[in-house]
Design a protein around this ligand. Structure first.
Ligand code: PLP
Length: 347
């Protein structure tokens, strides 16, 4: 038996650590119960997963459920290594990209989840904002942080910091650089190549967006084997379940289906940007599966409410800097048309 005492936190009130007691927790996007709404608020793929995924799912054997899963998800590791041009030892399977973040923060001493997770570990998170052109701020290298997190393409702007800039940053930093590439499937370039040259780089990938598997919870990290080995010590023994391993492996192996969907979304994204700009919205270029539309003339909160009345959900962040903007996920052609015509109607 163990009696667990914590010397760092005093039990002042309630059972929780003070930082947990104070934490607000991450606020997920709204998940409407009805199925037939136009749901463009949480950046899922509008397309179903690969037919190969559904086949694997239908063929799950009772034995796969009775037994504990492979703790390392070897089948997925091998497939993901091949797709990314690295070795299986460079890959750690996780229960969603979110778990890559949690494990990293736990192993080492901006997506709104970053400060929430850092706070749960009793750490400070210094938020370093982009300038108005979405350039990498020069003071990022000077924070002395054990971990620097960059979301690239960034959420919710969709902007992309060049591979060259991130290469320089990895070189300058003493601590670890985690590049959150949850949306990289929709970008022209990625930073996986940095892992070959830098022992302090972790790439986060998610199967939730480009591979249409948000419901299954699967993500992975790419890093040098020593870094992966350290992170593996921190993960739950069986952090990815047998069904998820089988399904995610089938999905990443079907690169043809994946590319086809990604290309559709990218083409529809350009169309969406064009239409929104024609309506007078200010929309920066995006390398993700969403766009951030701002308006000087209309209140984003009002537009959001009026869209909800029409069963169309986009994302509105009531925070400084974003409260005159809407983040819109690229949907199917039909969903995008519905959104655009509703917007025309509302304006
Ligand atoms: C979606 C997302 C992730 C990972 O999500 P999972 O569903 O846990 O794989 C990580 N970072 C950002 C910015 C995201 O949008």
């Amino acid at each position: 038996m163990y009696a667990i005492r914590n010397t760092k936190y005093e039990l002042i009130m309630g059972y929780f650590r003070q930082n947990i007691e104070r934490a607000k927790g991450y606020e997920p996007g709204f998940q409407p119960k009805e199925i037939d709404v136009v749901k463009l608020n949480t950046n899922e793929s509008p397309y179903p997963p690969s037919p190969q995924v559904m086949k694997v799912l239908a063929e799950i054997k009772p034995e796969q459920l009775r037994r504990y899963p492979d703790p390392l998800g070897t089948a997925f590791r091998q497939a993901a290594a091949q797709v990314n041009g690295v070795e299986p030892e460079n890959i750690m399977c996780c229960n969603g990209g979110d778990e890559v973040l949690r494990i990293t923060l736990q192993a080492l001493p901006t997506y709104s989840l970053y400060p929430v997770l850092a706070n749960l570990q009793g750490c400070d998170a210094i938020e370093v904002p982009f300038d108005s052109e979405f350039n990498l701020p020069s003071k990022l290298a000077g924070t002395g942080a054990a971990l620097t997190i960059i979301c690239n393409p960034n959420a919710p702007t969709g902007s992309f910091v060049s591979v060259e800039e991130l290469t320089s940053l990895a070189d300058e930093l003493n601590g670890v650089l985690l590049i959150d590439e949850a949306y990289v499937d929709y970008a022209e370039k990625d930073c996986a190549g940095l892992v070959k040259d830098f022992d302090n780089v972790i790439i986060l990938r998610s199967m939730s967006k480009g591979y249409s598997l948000a419901g299954i919870r699967f993500g992975y990290a790419i890093a040098q084997p020593d870094l992966i080995a350290g992170l593996l010590k921190v993960k739950d023994s069986y952090n990815v379940d047998a069904v998820a391993i089988a399904v995610a492996t089938a999905a990443i192996k079907d690169q043809q289906y994946f590319r086809q969907n990604v290309e559709k979304v990218k083409a529809d994204r350009e169309e969406m940007i064009k239409q929104l700009r024609e309506m007078g919205f200010d929309v920066p270029e995006s390398q993700a599966n969403f766009v951030l539309a701002g308006s000087k003339d209309y209140k984003a909160a009002n537009i959001y409410d009026k869209l909800v009345q029409r069963n169309i959900y986009v994302r509105y962040f009531n925070v400084p800097g974003l409260n005159n903007k809407l983040r819109i996920t690229i949907g199917t052609k039909q969903q995008n048309v519905k959104l655009i015509s509703a917007l025309k109607d509302i304006l």
